[in-house]
Design a binder for this molecule. Structure first.
Ligand code: PLP
Length: 441
């Protein structure tokens, strides 16, 4: 069965009676006029559909919990929607914890994860009673125990481990291979467990956590990960006599950025995971554990598009034709960071079948600020609205104010209604944290 992450475009996208692209029942060109560009637009129906795909796909295993990886896109409205769909949250900073908290989530459904959490961040997590903390290293074990003691609390933790699995994705988004900055090496697990059982009385070990990478198209890799985690909890039980009843397998499921991308269906992944769970549970005679999944990109990417307005263009003699947009690497750093590819259409003339090979360039002062290289699009004119697909994940969440450009607004569309969920920054927002020392006045 197919799932929503396998689509290039949001499910409500169509061409309307004005001959324009239409998303969530809203004319995309009118959205650009009303809210300005660059504009992030999130289609609520697509977001809810993928959450429901995950729930349906895993319904055959009774002990599954979904944590939305907030790093993909963390705003209060997005948190509210995924929470409403039954998801908890994987968070990696006090900013994400606070956003989720202010959106009204039950904090027991939140996990705090990360390779170098600060004292203040851990203290906030303890104070707000987040459900689980995934401890990444020996330093953090000791720091968290000290904080928990000062709050007179016992904290449920997972140990983040490096399972030694190499997935075929960009080197920068691989995390589960042996030489990684994340988590305990498998050879360090016993020492960590001994410390928790013997010295760190305010920590309660519940299970193991791993994450193998992002934008993964392979499916068997999740079976390998389950086998490693269950084998490890059985080994820990044998050696220390403690029954760990939780495994967290992270996120990583891919999405379709360009036509040739073939991301897996979450239904296929669920079948592989559940099959391997049942096999490994029997093989190692362990109690069926609760399994946590932490999808980020596959939850939010497809629901998001970014709208840009076409500005200047330049034909290099005997070279490329560059068409410049009013956004680029500050609202979407992925192409400049790791040559990520995207697909686009012209929102105000999607049915135009003329063709020209051009390069969509960003407006920022870096030669590397190219959004899409050598793309086939109808002839573009100044003022045309470009709709770039699959920008829901790791775009706004990675955005910057490079060149002192204000961050773009975000709009949620559904049933012909559009609502601002993140305001566009103003010039005053840009200088609001600046100070001129008296001696310079
Ligand atoms: C621990 C952990 N969980 C979940 C995710 C989410 O991954 P994705 O967005 O690929 O699903 C990440 C991403 O880096 C992660 O590090």
């Amino acid at each position: 069965m197919n799932s929503t992450n396998q689509l290039l475009k949001p499910i409500t996208l169509k061409v309307n009676e004005n001959g324009n692209l239409d998303l969530g029942g809203c004319d995309v060109v009118e959205l650009a006029e009303k809210y300005g560009t660059p504009l992030y637009v999130i289609d609520e129906k697509t977001l809810r559909a993928i959450c429901q795909d995950y729930k349906k796909a895993f319904s055959k295993y009774p002990h599954v919990k979904f944590l939305y990886a907030s790093k993909a896109l963390c705003t209060m409205a997005i948190s509210k929607i995924v929470y409403d769909e039954g998801f908890g949250f994987d968070t990696v900073s006090s900013g994400e914890i606070y956003t989720v908290y202010k959106s009204g989530a039950d904090m027991s459904k939140v996990l705090f994860n990360g390779s170098n959490k600060s004292y203040d961040e851990l203290a906030l997590a303890v104070e707000l009673s987040v459900g689980r903390i995934s401890v990444d290293n020996f330093f953090e074990l000791s720091l968290l125990d000290e904080i928990a003691k000062s709050y007179n609390k016992t904290i449920d933790i997972l140990l983040r481990i490096t399972p030694g699995i190499e997935c075929h994705t960009h080197e920068y988004i691989q995390t589960g291979h042996l030489d990684s900055k994340f988590g305990f090496d498998l050879t360090q697990v016993d020492e960590a467990v001994e410390l928790i059982l013997g010295r760190y009385k305010n920590l309660n070990l519940r299970g193991l956590h791993a994450h193998i990478g992002s934008q993964i198209f392979e499916t068997s890799i999740y079976g390998d990960e389950i086998e490693i985690l269950i084998k490890e909890i059985a080994r820990i039980d044998d050696k220390f006599g403690i029954k760990l009843d939780e495994i967290n397998i992270g996120g990583g499921v891919g999405v379709k950025y360009i036509e040739s991308d073939c991301p897996p269906s979450v239904y296929t992944i669920a079948d592989i995971i559940i099959d391997q769970l049942n096999k490994s549970i029997e093989k190692y005679s362990v109690v069926p554990p609760t399994i946590y999944l932490e999808p980020g990109r596959s939850i939010i990417s497809t629901s998001g598009v970014t709208l840009y307005t076409v500005g200047s263009s330049k034909q290099v003699p005997n070279g490329k034709k560059y068409v410049a947009l009013d956004g680029g690497m500050a609202d979407n750093p992925r192409p400049a960071m790791y040559e990520a590819q995207y697909s686009a259409q012209i929102a105000n003339k999607p049915l135009d079948d003329s063709e020209e090979v051009i390069t969509l360039a960003g407006r920022f002062c870096e030669s590397g600020d190219i959004l899409i290289k050598d793309v086939n699009l109808p002839k573009l004119e100044e003022g045309d609205i470009i709709c770039v697909y699959n920008t829901g994940a790791y775009n706004y969440s990675m955005a910057s104010n490079y060149n002192r450009v204000a961050k773009s607004a975000m709009v949620l569309v559904n049933n012909s209604q559009s609502d601002i969920i993140v305001n566009r920054e103003t010039l005053d927002d840009l200088i609001s944290h600046d100070k001129i020392p008296d001696r310079l006045k």
